[in-house]
Design a protein. Structure first.
Length: 571
């Protein structure tokens, strides 16, 4: 992935994609895989908004059973299966425990039946998954004693046991988006971050491209395309309003979604779903009036807890989470699970994003999220060649991209070809057996790298991890060549990741590197030393002066001071 803006001009592409989140990345990959010429631009960094702030869960759709929506269940199951296959380093099965209470809808009998139906609906869930590590087991029940041992401090009033089923978890959602983009560029797509669309090119009633602005230089230029797809997430309405005479009628209300990363709340590897009554309901009731489901998942040695929703009416560019909102969320968690005893200082990181909102109860303030994605063809506004995508789930982005590219191929007067994106490994995904691949990598580098260091590299970069190690500095390379028994300093690996991110993954800012190219800062605040090392290496690679290095370092610290409640610091 090389950032070369000269490649974006001077030709007419089949497809221009606006937005570099998971939906835009999937559309770029799908279109490239089917032979279309593609260009994608993102006004910030790739996967820097809502796509980076998900709960990291790839859902199989068990919750749709309560509405009898089997078609959505099947779609989610198929997409979970596809992601486990094409990105085996980033997607892994996750066991989920839900306590059962009484003998009603939350009871052991009802939920045991739900497990049975789920297993029947997902009968082919492991089809085409040759790696046993990726298999989703059948659901099972747990005794009351087992649940009390696994979730100590849970209310035992009317507790009858629990159910255990499996979904999947994204180890690094930012790198999954990058994997789609890497894959697209490897077969010809041209992409660029920090390029903002400022207006559309229109020939009468036909959209023919955009005027774009490079945020790094201030230069403006035209990009020509036969079809344009707007996948800008929370900015989708703003982008459509750039049309001449603002002919678009697309308006998408938004809700703020908040997840928090805390100290680990459990000692086991299970995610836990807990429901209970809360003081300030902000979501549509899930089980019963006044009830709210909290999902607590193990992640990077901590717990990720979600999700709280709040009404939102400001610009997407102004998104922020207040301390009051975090405190309210913590209070709700402690009411549902008093044993957590969470306090503000236990919060390591606050994830936030914006999602499409169906409506808000004006009295209670409850948010009802949009359930289904929307493909808005602007032909209904009298303009051809522009499609806006309103996505609702990270899990099904690839499936939506499939439908989007069918539309694009019709615009380009091509017969829609068969999609292979559900079976084609993504960049880094050339792994037949994940556990065996990891063991082999650890054995190969055992003399110079710790098993944990290689594990981190494999989980983030998959089969491409060795390309990262090619960026080790000379002293590290010499150490490897002479068989030095002393492990390479961990900072040497971090430096290699930094060089790789700059030269191969378009990292332009220090926060790009810390938050989205590496896993350094997505679950806990890096040390000042780690950030200084990254800034110095980036500065050397990009030709920054001392002032620029200090500005980037301060910008990163300011970000963490805003989003890490428990880890304030300064230079």
């Amino acid at each position: 992935m090389k950032r070369d803006l000269s490649e974006l001009v001077g030709k007419t592409y089949d497809l221009l994609v606006i937005g570099g989140g998971i939906y835009g990345a999937c559309v770029a990959w799908e279109a490239s895989l089917r032979g279309l010429s593609v260009v994608l631009v993102e006004k910030g960094d790739f996967c820097s908004a809502t796509s980076a702030n998900s709960l990291k869960i790839i859902h199989g759709g068990l919750r749709y059973l309560q509405h009898g929506d089997f078609s959505r269940m099947r779609q989610s199951i198929k997409e979970r299966q596809a992601l486990l296959k094409i990105a085996p380093h980033l997607i892994h099965p996750l066991p989920v425990l839900v306590p059962t209470y009484g003998h009603g809808l939350k009871g052991r009998e009802a939920l045991t039946f739900a497990l049975l139906v789920n297993d029947l609906v997902s009968y082919d869930r492991n089809h085409c998954l040759s790696d046993p590590q990726k298999h989703i087991p059948s659901g099972r029940t747990l005794s009351k004693d087992d649940v009390l041992k696994l979730v100590p401090g849970i209310s035992d009033t009317n507790l009858t046991g629990g159910i255990l089923f499996h979904d999947a978890q994204v180890y690094n959602s930012e790198r999954l988006t990058l994997a789609f983009l890497h894959s697209a560029t490897q077969i010809g797509a041209k992409i660029a971050n920090y390029v903002e669309v400022t207006s559309f090119l229109q020939i009468r009633n036909q959209v023919s491209g955009v005027v774009a602005k490079d945020h790094l230089t201030g230069c403006k230029f035209d990009i020509q395309a036969k079809a344009v797809v707007n996948t800008s997430g929370p900015w989708v309405s703003q982008i459509s309003n750039l049309l001449h005479k603002k002919t678009s009628s697309l308006t998408i209300p938004l809700a703020k979604a908040v997840n928090i990363v805390t100290r680990p709340l459990f000692k086991h590897p299970y995610a836990v779903g807990l429901s209970g009554h809360v003081a300030h309901q902000k979501t549509e009731p899930i089980e019963s009036q006044g009830s709210r489901l909290f999902f607590i998942a193990p992640w990077r040695g901590k717990s990720m807890v979600g999700t709280a929703y709040f009404p939102y009416e400001d610009s997407p560019d102004s998104l922020a989470v207040t301390e009051q909102e975090v405190m309210e969320f913590i209070g709700d968690i402690n009411r549902v699970y008093p044993a957590a005893k969470l306090q503000l200082e236990d919060v390591c990181f606050v994830h936030r994003g914006l999602l499409p909102c169906a409506n808000v109860d004006p009295k209670a303030g409850n948010v009802k999220l949009t359930k289904r994605y929307q493909l808005y063809d602007h032909c209904q506004d009298g303009l051809a060649g522009l499609l806006s995508v309103v996505g609702v789930k990270y899990t099904t982005a690839r499936n939506v991209a499939h439908k989007v590219v069918d539309w694009v191929m019709q615009i380009c007067s091509q017969e829609p070809s068969q999609s292979a994106s559900s079976l084609t490994p993504l960049h880094g995904g050339e792994i037949e057996n994940f556990n065996e691949f990891l063991r082999t990598a650890q054995k190969e580098y055992a003399s110079i790298l710790s098993g944990k260091a290689i594990q981190d590299l494999v989980y983030n970069y998959g089969s491409s991890y060795s390309k990262v190690l090619e960026y080790l500095d000379d002293s590290a390379a010499v150490s490897k060549s002479i068989g030095d028994e002393l492990p390479i300093d961990s900072f040497a690996v971090l430096k290699a990741e930094t060089r790789y991110a700059v030269n191969e993954e378009m990292a332009q800012k220090l926060t790009d590197l810390i938050l989205r190219r590496t896993s350094l800062g997505s679950a806990e605040r890096p040390t000042n030393q780690e950030m200084q090392i990254c800034a110095d290496v980036m500065g050397k690679e990009l030709g920054w002066g001392l002032k620029k290095v200090q500005e980037e370092l301060q910008a990163a610290i300011d970000f963490f001071d805003t989003n890490f409640s428990s880890c304030k610091s300064s230079l």
